[in-house]
Design a protein around this ligand. Sequence first.
Ligand code: ACO
Length: 300
Amino acid sequence: MDTSDQWVRSRTGIAQRYVLRSGESLLEIACTASRTALERAGLSPKELDAVVVGTVSSEYGFPSFACQLQHRLGADSGAAFDVAAACSGFIYALSVADSMMRADGFERVLVVGADALSTMVDWRDRSTAVLFGDGAGAVVLVPDSGPRGVLGSLLRSAGNHWELLTVRSTGVRATLDAEARRRADDAIQMRGPELFRIAVRSMEEVTREVVTRAKLNIDDVSLIVPHQANLRIIQAVAERLGLPREKVFVNIERYGNTSAASVPIALDEALEQRLIKDNDLVLLNACGGGLTWGANLLRW
Ligand code: ACO
């Protein structure tokens, strides 16, 4: 491919990423992430009331990825469904799960972000092939009568920009043959520079608004965990919000853009690095195909 490590690092911040091996299943990876989250929450899969998955990478048109995950986990009761919002998938799924708990009495909800966009690119297209990695992350929501939890979420879409980022075919199958067969017009098509500008503006706006609605200030936020699409987007949003570097979590250099998986993967690493303490105000935000964008404000 006519590209270089130097170009990719300097334009995107990506130094390495993980992609599904031939025959490897995204479902298995999502299952591993879910089991870890359940273990940390001290819950068994059978105790779940719902499984909500932010994904655009199901192998099947139907059933949903969530129903298959529910079965693999041995959690065959309650509700299971997918939320399709591309890179904003986890933000949307978390908001939906939180609303289900507040409005409909769901008590223990597994929220997953899982995507494998590397299987959808045309590997001859340097403008997309260098960007995407595959992965999954998971969280478990349980009720808490104290101040902790999701303080608010904001979801936005602009369907008028749907053509900026598209993939026509669905059905992820991680085989090298499938990659070789993928026709260019079936692969991800992205108008990167236009998307870049909208992503910066929309992530700034939605972040300000979710914080203001909670009657808080940006300065109260301890850590922002943004979708990892491009280091320059993350830095531009942070600069517009007047946030110092240490308040913005970045791990894109090791994963690339994992779409709906990027926020939960980053959240897990921020926790491992002890960057989040009890009572901290944590903000998650993302922008992706749709266009979709959104933010969740959490009291940890
Ligand atoms: N290697 C070398 N050169 C390249 C590469 C590459 N991999 N890709 C593009 N170029 C070239 C272009 O051809 C162009 O050359 P030209 O000036 O001769 O025409 C030049 O580099 C600049 O290209 P741009 O596309 O303007 O580069 P830009 O700085 O905008 O970076 C990028 C491209 C990384 C795609 C950026 O626009 C971006 O990150 N956009 C946003 C992506 C995003 O946020 N996606 C949303 C989430 S994804 C989801 O929802 C699934």
